[in-house]
Design a protein around this ligand. Structure first.
Ligand code: HEC
Length: 395
């Protein structure tokens, strides 16, 4: 029975991941499309302006012509069939949270905790991870409420949110295994985006409609807040995608300055989004942004601390005599048999030889394996692997 359960759980994780991608793409696609629309609107003809239209555009797609029009205030007569966009956001959050719970929260010892980062108990790790999602939203929302309507509110909010993201990234990287820290920051920002839709954007739109149906004039504040939260969401999108998909790359998550790399990449993601927003607004090539993104990336690659280490001597080592015993002791606990991670069965000489480069890369260059150094591999052993690889990975 237990076997069937664990078999089923793996399928569930896979199907949840797929669904999460499907609905996430639907959400981001719709959201990018509307930002694009807003930024391409042209002044309306006088006929349209009389109807209350503030901007329109023409587009051709899939063999048809489209002519969207935006009303600054709501139209005088509400259409019978009004499309809403919220299930994309809610289902992305729900599938993402389920996946997070299934993978990380159900296996805190394997996924959340790295004793060399912080020696948390499983319960504390789970509470802290959930805390990031809840507290993250409360802090973000608090900043918007407190500063959003002041003079220069947008700028003040942006600065405070940036500081908040930096602090959260540092704290996450000092509490959790690197891989979990990246995912948790991504999940925190993703939660904020979905909560913006749930708590502000959709309720604001509902209030506007309710006022209109009862014959009143809607308070423009609802539109202003919804627009502000939408703008934040657009700048969070690419950082979230980065944080979610980069966490298998130990080159980032395992770095001693992983929090700084995460912050730099979040910043680069927001800039990439800015690049496209400026292009939509008619600046054909916002060069300063392209250069800034390139600078951030080059700095991250070059300045990230690297810990390659040297080789202990230059003797020729053989797999059977020198390397197999090391792998037996440090790796086969996880990597043996057909169910080995990534199908790398380290009890099999042919597999070891055909994967020599990736083994060298994972063990010596990136220090990604053994995972979280669970088997206490020593530096000398890592050097031996490098030496063996240097001399052509002989059997
Ligand atoms: C605690 C369990 C564990 C130990 C010990 C361990 N690994 Fe792994 N290994 C994994 C897991 C889990 C993955 C898959 C990681 C992923 O999906 O990102 C993996 C992946 C790999 C990969 C593929 C990496 C990739 O991205 O394609 C290689 C190569 C590897 N391990 C080599 C080793 C070597 C060599 C050792 C011993 C020095 C070792 N592992 C020890 C759990 C372990």
């Amino acid at each position: 029975m237990a076997d069937l359960l664990y078999y089923g759980l793996d399928w569930l994780a896979l199907l949840l991941r797929w669904t999460h991608l499907i609905v996430g793409i639907a959400w981001i696609g719709a959201s990018f499309y509307f930002v694009w629309l807003d930024d391409h609107l042209q002044p309306p003809s006088s006929d349209l302006a009389k109807k209350g239209v503030s901007g329109e555009l023409w587009a051709v797609h899939g063999g048809g012509f489209y002519n969207p029009q935006k009303y600054m205030q709501a139209p005088k007569n509400l259409p019978a069939n009004l499309h809403w966009f919220y299930w994309e956001a809610y289902s992305t959050f729900l599938t993402g949270f389920a996946l997070f719970a299934l993978t990380y929260l159900m296996n805190p010892s394997g996924f959340l905790i790295d004793a060399k980062v912080a020696n948390l108990t499983p319960t504390v790790a789970v509470i802290l991870a959930l805390g990031f999602l809840v507290v993250g939203w409360l802090v973000y929302d608090g900043i918007c409420r407190l500063l959003g309507s002041r003079k220069n509110g947008d700028l003040l909010v942006a600065i405070c949110q940036a500081v908040f993201v930096v602090v959260a990234s540092v704290v996450a990287c000092k509490l959790f295994a690197g891989r979990a820290a990246f995912l948790i920051i991504g999940a925190m920002l993703g939660t904020i985006m979905a909560a913006n839709v749930f708590f502000w954007i959709i309720p604001g739109q509902r209030k506007i409609l309710a006022t209109m149906r009862s014959g009143g004039t809607p308070d423009p504040l609802h539109s202003a807040i919804a627009k502000q939260r939408s703008v934040h969401n657009t700048y969070f999108t690419l950082p979230v995608l980065f944080a979610m998909t980069s966490n298998h790359f130990v080159v980032l998550t395992g770095n001693s300055l992983n929090w700084l790399l995460l912050v730099m990449m979040i910043f680069a993601g927001a800039l990439v989004r800015r690049y496209f927003v400026e292009r939509h607004r008619g600046k054909p090539n916002p060069l300063w942004i392209a250069i800034s993104v390139a600078l951030v990336l080059v700095t991250a690659v070059i300045a990230a601390p690297k810990n390659f280490g040297g080789r202990s001597n230059s003797a020729e080592l053989s797999l059977a005599r020198d390397i197999r015993p090391i792998l037996e002791e440090r790796c086969v606990a996880c990597h043996s048999g057909p169910a080995s991670p990534k199908q790398i069965d380290l009890t099999d000489s042919a597999t070891i030889l055909s994967n020599a480069q990736i083994i060298y890369q994972q063990v010596f260059v990136l220090k990604a394996m053994p995972q979280n150094n669970a088997t206490d591999m020593t530096d000398e052993e890592r050097q031996k692997i490098a030496q063996w690889f240097d001399k052509g990975a002989k059997p």
